[in-house]
Design a protein around this ligand. Structure first.
Ligand code: FAD
Length: 467
């Protein structure tokens, strides 16, 4: 390590991975510099990802809930949507969180440097700041530069009518007819938002199903709901071309049931993300990139260069904030001399759509493909009192147990608040709980959480109560 180092650790990128790593390292007594190219801390998640999307999804839920009661005894008038005000509320939520991060950095004496970082040698970064370039000599580095949306070649994301997720979160207008290209979590969440705001939604997906990571039977109840709400869902279909003008976008499709051509007011392209590793002058660090642009890291988050670590979206799938946070803490602890490692068996995935779809651990399809002997307990929410009282009985809770040990190894949940419910199963997997532990745990009545206990009881053969 260089004697003239400016810090023990420099972190590139102040997203959830980067700030968690910087804060943990500072708490362990290291001198830390956090470099972020944007003035606002928080990365994609806080600024243009998790948080603004969940704020808008909540607004969507309020509208949907009000509509539900129109047929059940409470009639509101049609919502008048003031996009400017809604946008301002969303931004205020984001602002509270990103502003809070500045304070947390200050408290811990983490120096925040605003500017774009690139390597000049294995122990030096060059940062292009507003006041010119600054060299930072470091003992250790954590690369947490995150990711950005990709578009297929020829899709002009610069055209205002062709949006990526960042544009779609900005709520410029409510398009009459909106095409969502890509049936993954991000596209389907934005579909939920724009549908509630009044857009007619069409979804097109190359694969033969939506949300390919989850078991098909868990996605099905969600699919049933959106079949009623959305104009079209085209699977096994490719968008061949998009050509946008001032008033709309002409789209050519190739696939199963889609027409050869159609026209939309706007198109959201959400087909995947690529790591921000191309702007780092990475060769100067001694590292090389994988074919997909990601950086390889081991379970201590160490790269091929011993004193350089990589975490979060830059090391690949699953690209999720909570994964980045945990990896960031591991990297900081390893650098701080602690015994730490990342074990990613239990990384929950959640689509905050309406209804929510969540899964964790081993899926049933994965178990089958890997030849694991499993026992499955399923509980349909139509027999859960709370879901009936919410007017939402389409949900399903499914737990997957290892046959020999009866330990829970995975779960899939679809329904209202599935994203919150999955956390209980994540803990159960981590603690090595079996079906009896879960089934014998007294869950509060009436709650959706009872569906978890009842799925376990269904597997154990002890399920009696239906309420
Ligand atoms: P990022 O958050 O991408 O942060 C990287 C930071 O590095 C950025 O601030 C960037 O400006 C900075 N940077 C990059 N290069 C440089 C450089 N050369 N110099 C200086 N700074 C640099 N995940 C969830 O878990 N739950 C969700 O609900 C969820 N919703 C999402 C919704 C949307 C619309 C999107 C797009 C993503 C969502 N995600 C969600 C994914 C989540 O946002 C990412 O997984 C997470 O932000 C990754 O964190 P990170 O720290 O790796 O990188």
């Amino acid at each position: 390590a260089p004697d003239d180092a400016d810090c023990d650790l420099v972190v590139i990128g102040a997203g959830p991975g980067g700030y968690s790593a910087a804060f943990r390292a500072a708490d362990l007594g290291l001198k830390v510099i956090l470099v972020e190219r944007y003035a606002a801390l928080g990365g994609v998640c806080l600024n243009v990802g998790c948080i603004p999307s969940k704020a808008l999804l909540h607004a969507a839920k309020v509208i949907d809930d009000a509509e539900f009661f129109a047929d059940h005894g409470i009639k509101f008038s049609k919502p008048k949507i003031d996009l400017k005000k809604l946008e301002a509320w969303k931004s205020s939520v984001v602002g509270k969180l990103t502003g809070g991060l500045q304070g947390l950095a200050k408290q811990r004496k983490v120096e925040v440097v605003t500017g774009k970082a690139g390597f000049t040698d294995p122990h030096t970064l060059n940062v292009e700041t507003d006041d010119g370039s600054r060299a930072i000599r470091f003992r250790h580095c954590i690369i947490a530069a995150g990711s950005r949306p990709v578009a297929p070649p020829g899709f002009d994301l610069k055209h205002p009518r062709i949006m990526d997720s960042t544009d779609a979160l900005e709520l410029e207008e409510i398009p009459k007819r909106l095409l969502i290209v890509g049936g993954g979590i991000i596209g389907l969440e934005m579909a939920s938002v724009y549908h509630a705001l009044g857009s007619e939604i069409t979804v097109v997906e190359l694969a033969d199903r939506l949300m390919t990571g989850a078991d098909a039977d868990i996605v099905k109840p969600f699919r049933k709901i959106i079949d009623k709400r959305y104009a079209n869902i085209y699977l096994k279909t490719r968008v061949v071309s998009l050509s946008a003008d001032d008033k709309g976008v002409d789209v050519e499709f190739e696939g199963d049931k889609a027409p050869a051509k159609d026209r939309f007011d706007r198109v959201l392209v959400s087909v995947g993300r690529r790591p921000n590793t191309d702007g780092l002058n990475i060769e100067a660090s001694g590292l090389s990139l994988q074919d997909n642009g990601c950086i390889a890291a081991d379970d201590q988050m160490r790269t091929a260069v011993e004193h350089i670590f990589a975490i979060g979206d830059v090391i690949g799938q699953p690209m999720l904030a909570h994964k980045a946070v945990h990896e960031g803490k591991v990297a900081a602890e390893v650098i701080g001399g602690e015994k730490s490692g990342f074990d990613g068996r239990v990384i929950p995935s959640v689509a905050y759509t309406d209804p929510e779809v969540a899964w964790v651990g081993v899926t049933q399809e994965q178990a089958k493909a890997e030849g694991l002997a499993v026992e499955v307990g399923t509980f349909p929410w139509a027999a859960n009192g709370r879901s009936l009282s919410l007017g939402r009985d389409e949900g399903v809770t499914k737990l997957i147990f290892e046959k020999d040990t009866e330990r829970v190894i995975g779960a899939g949940i679809v329904g209202t608040n599935a994203g919150d419910l999955i956390a209980e199963v994540a803990l159960a997997i981590e603690m090595g709980a079996d079906m009896h532990d879960i089934g014998l745990t007294i869950h509060p009545h009436p709650t959706l959480s009872e569906s978890v206990a009842m799925a376990a009881e269904a597997a154990a053969g002890t399920l009696t109560d239906l309420y």
